[in-house]
Design a protein around this ligand. Structure first.
Ligand code: ACO
Length: 330
């Protein structure tokens, strides 16, 4: 079988207008700008407007991605939407986006791999095109985390923000596109990072609302320990399977959770931290949107050019991790 070369041919991102600074959070919980900045690197984040849901952010990012790719919604034959914060428990957010975009020729489904979602979804989309099953796949990472974080819990509410990123995958010229990827999961860490209630295990009851277990709970230091091992493992494994050296990599786009995690990962991978693109200071942790948000910003600044070899790398709830190496195609 003749496998196709697949690459990103258009990328777009969107963040809501409302900026929430560390100083705004100081008024809500017992925290400080100094604590948040020194522990995480985050200075502000965006929160969706009351009438915006996850699909609305996804549609904005997708329109930009399609425009960059020079395609219309009808050219898309598959939509894979990564999110941990869907509009509804039943009915995929991907189907809502399909209707809002007018992508009437596309099959559509959601994928939940938390903050690794963008890399997981890109991997699935790449496989669909490589195997000649589909031609143009719209991959979206989109989150409204402000609706699932507990604004009374200082351990979590300072970390997260809302946003979306979308990428159009299609066949690209030989020698360019996705070189390799590595995905992993460690399901044994069951209580490190999750929203405990609101699913089928623990439906919403008055007790749930009382104990606030319908909001995100996280064991921060455990996630930290996992992340500083998982990011290097994913990145190095993807580089090895693509026969790519650390010197070949021009830039790394890590999941934007925490500056200290990224610094530690950079040392373990052996790629200088200056090559790790970061915008977490402005947007916080936007989970499955964060890698695409960072890549989109770097593209807009002209920092990624045709022929550059870049790495996308993430970790998240599940626990999950994943990395992808791409030779940029445009
Ligand atoms: N403001 C002030 N103090 C705080 C805050 C806050 N916002 N949050 C926690 N503290 C306090 C704690 O209560 C604790 O106080 P104590 O010592 O009196 O008990 C103290 O600060 C230290 O807490 P630690 O948790 O040990 O702080 P640490 O230096 O580990 O930083 C952090 C915490 C930032 C959460 C870090 O552990 C981290 O980044 N972990 C990874 C989190 C992450 O990446 N999550 C996203 C995963 S992606 C996904 O799938 C959603």
């Amino acid at each position: 079988m003749n496998f196709k070369n697949v690459g990103i041919v258009g990328l777009g991102s969107y963040v809501p207008e409302r900026i929430v600074t560390n100083f705004d959070l100081e008024k809500m919980v017992d925290t400080s700008d100094e604590w948040i900045k020194s522990r995480t690197g985050i200075e502000e984040r965006r929160f969706a407007a009351e009438d915006q849901a996850t699909s609305d952010l996804a549609v904005e990012a997708s329109k930009k991605a399609l425009e960059k790719a020079g395609l219309t919604a009808e050219d898309i034959d598959f939509i894979i939407l990564a999110t941990g914060t869907p509009d509804y428990l039943i009915q995929s957010t991907a189907c809502i986006v399909q209707e809002k975009l007018g992508a009437k020729n596309a099959a559509a489904f959601d994928l939940n791999a938390a903050c690794s979602g963008f890399v997981y979804a890109l991997t699935m989309g790449t496989a669909l095109i490589k195997s000649n099953m589909y031609k143009r796949v719209l991959v979206i990472g989109t989150e409204v985390l402000s609706r699932v974080v507990d604004m009374q819990d200082r351990n979590t509410c300072v970390l997260f923000g809302d946003g979306a990123a979308a990428a159009v995958l299609a066949e690209v010229e030989p020698g360019y596109g996705i070189i390799s990827q590595y995905l992993g999961a460690e399901g044994e860490d069951q209580e490190t990072l999750r929203v405990p209630a609101g699913g089928t295990r623990k439906p919403i009851t008055p007790e749930v609302l009382e104990e606030r277990s319908n909001f995100l709970k996280m064991k921060g230091p455990e996630v930290f320990k996992f992340a500083v091992k998982a990011l290097p493992k994913a990145t190095i494994s993807a580089m090895e399977s693509g026969n790519v050296s650390v010197e070949d990599i021009s830039m790394v786009f890590p999941h934007q959770a925490n500056l200290r995690i990224i610094e530690a990962a950079s040392k373990r991978i052996g790629i200088p931290v200056e090559k790790f693109y970061m915008n977490l200071n402005k947007f916080g942790n936007t989970s499955s949107a964060s890698i695409g948000l960072a890549l989109g910003e770097a593209l807009d600044k002209g920092l990624v050019k045709k022929g550059d070899v870049i790495a996308l790398t993430g970790f998240g709830a599940g626990l999950t991790y994943g990395s992808m190496i791409i030779k940029w195609a445009y």
